[in-house]
Design a protein. Structure first.
Length: 94
């Protein structure tokens, strides 16, 4: 498996409803590069290598899902507050 992270649904799809922030690869990353994606649980999420991603955030109080990590997961984190004096913020309507 060549993915960085692969998440799949469990029998109750509503337990998988999440929002995930993703951005294309590159060394010069900025908050404006991230886009929020909503997943309703009807299908899984496959994140390719070199795609910037943060944790997945459940819509409900809690979430259950099955994950599969690729062989190598060299995570490089961004501290948006420290580096950009900013948080990631997305306008959503669900």
């Amino acid at each position: 498996m060549s993915c960085t992270l692969c998440l799949s649904t469990l029998p109750k799809a509503s337990e998988f409803a999440i929002i995930c922030a993703l951005a294309l690869s590159g060394d010069d990353i900025h908050p404006k590069d991230f886009k929020a994606f909503y997943f309703d649980g009807s299908m899984g999420l496959y994140i390719h290598p070199y795609v910037w991603h943060d944790a997945v955030f459940p819509i409900s109080k809690s979430a259950r899902f099955k994950g599969k990590q690729g062989k190598v997961h060299a995570r490089v984190s961004v501290d948006f507050v420290k580096e950009f004096n900013s948080y990631l913020k997305f306008k959503t309507s669900l």
